[in-house]
Design a protein around this ligand. Structure first.
Ligand code: MTE
Ligand code: HPA
Ligand code: MOS
Length: 767
């Protein structure tokens, strides 16, 4: 089964927000953003902008009829700045003009009077000042303090990971229309239609029933539109509500990069204790998450970091404490992995540090400590249907781990200026929203009288193929051709109170709801056939659009079945609700069973470093991945490949850079590097592990969206391994991304230090 959309995409037929035909009278919106990262907003000079050509109206916080508040978890985020500004790029005013150009031209005429306040960009500095978004949280199992005393080896260190730009190809935007009863309809590029609806209703001061949100598809989300599509939806809605005209707001790329949050950078302290035979006995970690200026999803991201503290390992004594630190940067947000990758990097860093100090391979420690059936995570859920060892051993055997290592050693012996490195990266990722209540959704299925089928769910298609999967589930369950099925837009009026399409759980949740609805419809139709043809209901099935009685083709086909059911007034619509069973978590004790199941896998990554230039290639990534019983292998393979490359980008090339004033320096694709075709490993080999899947996964096909991103962590450690082949025994900082500059610093630390000093001296002299 191929993804249903790409043919339409490459022909340019797929509709994105910016393709929606523009209605007459539409006003274009542009956002005036704070030029300073922190200060008291004393005044705003809008006079000249108001008189500018084409400008119809300029909105500020004072124009909000409801509450000027869009904080999802913590109410700490105004839609438009009020009293203070907290980051560069924070929306302050909204210009509405007759053309897009006029709206943007008017922005230049606005001046803000801001009295500057001190700017914090570093999470540890924020924590020291008590600037926390929520109180710190600690996950604890065993007694790490006591356990360290019994360890043969104890190592400590600091590990850091950087931010990451989502770089969805379609930038943020929304198009809002006033509706006749004083509400709005918003076409939004959002992963969370209900989030946009809920906040727009608050901002406008109307009931949620007055706000309809509709999403056709996204040109990528990657978590960046889980929460952060909301401001643009609300701003467009505010404009439409107040002017009674359609209002369209689409961010250009650089505005999107400046104004939206990214993956959270983390700085962490770790301490790891091992026994003589390399069993990890104790692990302590303190995370400092750079949350940015408002909570956004940071507390939930922080929680998932804690859940992934031990990655795919069993550690009996763990203390993990996490701080969400308020800084003057755009609020950071969900990004594929949702805090998991940040936590997993630290345990891998700790293991690598221990291995380097002990003179063993990291893989020796890794393999010896993998999770086994029934082992408990620090949050007490046991690893059930655990494939950690199977994934590792399959990858090692199938891709020849020992042979790869021998080849690399041989290569490094023969080559002075190029060095190769290798890393093994096991992953274990929990599937479910960590907030239990979010694990629910609905599917509304209509069978039309001609036998065609329309399906609405809470799922948003963002390239991950969820629409194809839902169509497959319905086709299988009803026994009909996929060509009869249409997946409708995601719309809050048809399916209400949805969770965002996120947490990799979209196909599981919405697929299961679709399966329930389709089963109910199938049963109803077959009961009708049983009566009509006086045959036993038990033996009736539908296959390939043919009704079978005890396996033998009966008198009727799908089309006839549907039409006779309609004539007998049988309901051809079903609305099913699905809530993941068996998930729960007590935030008080920090214990429970938050995940429906876990996804496992292992990647072997090899890299080559040019030791003269500090440049490198990630040569090969060999992956053994636990898909369960995939019913969309083409889509699932694409998710693993895309996720792995996105993870490699995060760990290697992609470097977000702010200066001390909180100004984004990496503000375009000139200065922010993402993997291109040439950065993709020449070998990206994905093996489907033979695993049974899980009953809570849709048709036993496991969730696949986020877990593969964490294979990318292997690229970091493979590069580190190569650098240490050039400079044996090097004590390299555990800081990601491993940009070519950092590689060079690792290869020639003295030269780089001298150079930095020279540059500083030259700069002083010049000034
Ligand atoms: N794949 C594509 N092509 N585009 C995306 O935006 N988002 C990722 C992942 N894969 C994304 C993607 C993220 S962050 C998540 S949570 C999942 O898809 C969401 O979809 P799913 O729940 O259907 O896996
Ligand atoms: N993952 C992704 N998005 C989320 C989650 C989660 O666990 N919780 C809330 N939003
Ligand atoms: Mo994905 S970060 O859960 O949208």
């Amino acid at each position: 089964m191929n993804h249903l959309d790409p043919q339409r995409h490459v022909r340019g037929e797929s509709q994105y927000l910016d393709d929606v035909p523009v209605q007459q009278g539409t006003l274009y919106a542009a956002v005036y953003e704070s030029p300073l990262a922190h200060g008291v907003l004393k005044g705003l000079d809008l006079g000249a902008a108001r008189r500018a050509p084409g400008v119809v109206r300029i909105l500020t916080a004072a124009d909000v009829p409801g509450r000027n508040q869009i904080g999802g978890i913590v109410p700490d985020e105004p839609l438009l700045a009020e009293g203070h500004v907290h980051f560069q790029g924070q929306p302050v005013a909204l210009v509405l003009a007759r053309t897009e150009r006029q709206a943007h031209a008017a922005l230049k005429l606005i001046a803000a009077d801001i009295a500057p306040l001190p700017i914090i960009t570093d999470p540890r500095e924020a924590a020291a000042l008590g600037e926390l978004i929520v109180p710190p949280r600690t996950h604890r199992i065993g007694d790490s303090g006591a356990a360290f005393a019994g360890c043969a080896h104890v190592f400590e260190g600091v590990a850091e990971t950087g931010g990451q730009e989502h770089l969805y190809i379609e930038t943020q935007g929304a198009y809002a229309f006033p509706t006749e009863l004083g509400g709005v309809k918003i076409i939004s590029s959002t992963q969370g239609p209900t989030a946009v609806q809920r906040h727009a209703a608050v901002v406008l001061g109307v009931g949620m029933h007055q706000v309809e949100v509709d999403v056709t598809r996204l040109g990528g989300g990657f978590g960046g539109k889980e929460d952060q599509a909301t401001p643009w939806g609300c701003l467009a809605a505010l404009g439409a509500f107040l002017t009674k005209k359609p209002v369209k707001l689409v961010l250009d790329r650089m505005a999107d990069m400046r104004m939206t949050g990214k993956r959270h950078p983390y700085s962490s302290d770790f301490k790891i204790g091992l026994s003589k035979d390399l069993k990890i006995i104790a692990y302590e970690v303190t995370y400092f998450q750079n949350a940015g200026a408002a909570a956004d999803l940071s507390p939930a991201v922080l929680e998932r970091t804690l859940f992934h503290t031990t990655n795919a390992y069993f550690i009996p004594n763990v203390t993990a404490t996490a701080h969400s630190c308020r800084t003057n940067l755009p609020p950071n947000t969900a990004f594929r992995g949702f805090g998991g990758p940040q936590g997993m990097f630290v345990i891998e860093a700790a293991i690598t540090k221990a291995a380097e100090e002990l003179g063993v391979l990291p893989s020796e420690i890794q393999r010896r400590n993998l999770l086994r059936e029934g082992d408990r995570f620090p949050y007490r859920q046991p690893a059930e249907m655990c494939h950690a060892e199977q994934a590792w051993d399959t990858a090692a055997e199938r891709f020849g781990l020992d042979k790869l290592r021998t080849e690399i050693t041989e290569f490094n012996r023969k080559n002075q200026l190029f060095k190769k490195g290798l890393a093994v990266m096991p992953i274990c990722f929990g599937i479910s929203f960590t907030k239990t209540f979010m694990n629910q959704t609905r599917a509304l299925v209509h069978i039309y009288t001609d036998g065609s089928v329309g399906i609405s769910t809470g799922a948003v298609e963002m390239g991950q193929g969820v629409n194809t999967k839902i169509a497959q589930v319905a086709a299988r369950t009803l026994g009909i051709s996929i060509s009869r099925i249409k997946i409708e837009t995601t719309n809050t009026t048809r399916v209400a109170n949805t969770s965002p399409s996120a947490a990799s759980a979209t196909a599981d949740l919405n697929g299961k709801a679709t399966e329930l609805a389709c089963r109910a419809l199938r049963e109803r139709l077959l009961r009708q056939a049983s009566t009509e043809f006086a045959v036993d209901y038990e033996g009736l099935t539908i296959e390939n659009e043919q009704v079978l009685a005890a396996g033998i083709p009966a008198e009727t086909t799908w089309e006839k079945l549907v039409s006779s059911a309609f004539l007998r007034r049988v309901a051809l619509t079903e609305n099913a609700h699905y809530a993941t069973p068996g998930v729960h978590f007590d935030a008080g004790t920090e214990q429970g069973h938050p995940f429906a199941y876990h996804v496992y896998g292992t990647a072997l990554t090899t890299a080559t470093v040019d030791c003269l230039r500090g440049t490198y290639t990630i040569d090969a990534v060999h992956i053994a991945h636990d898909f369960g019983q995939s019913f969309s292998p083409a889509i699932d393979r694409g998710q693993v490949e895309g996720g792995a490359v996105q993870g490699i980008g995060w760990m290697t090339l992609e470097e977000i850079s702010y200066n001390e004033e909180g100004k984004l320096l990496s503000n375009s694709l000139n200065s922010y590097k993402v993997p291109d075709l040439y950065a993709v490993p020449a070998v990206l080999d994905v093996h489907f592990l033979d695993t049974p899947g899980h009953p809570k996964a849709i048709l036993r096909s496991k969730a696949v969206g986020e877990p593969p991103l964490m294979y990318g962590i292997g690229a970091y450690f493979a590069l580190r391994d190569a650098i240490r082949a050039f400079r044996p025994g090097a004590a390299l900082p555990l800081v990601a991304p491993m940009t070519p500059e950092r590689v060079l610093g690792g290869l020639y630390p003295e030269a780089l230090a001298a150079h930095t000093e020279e540059t500083a001296v030259a700069a002083t002299a010049a000034s």
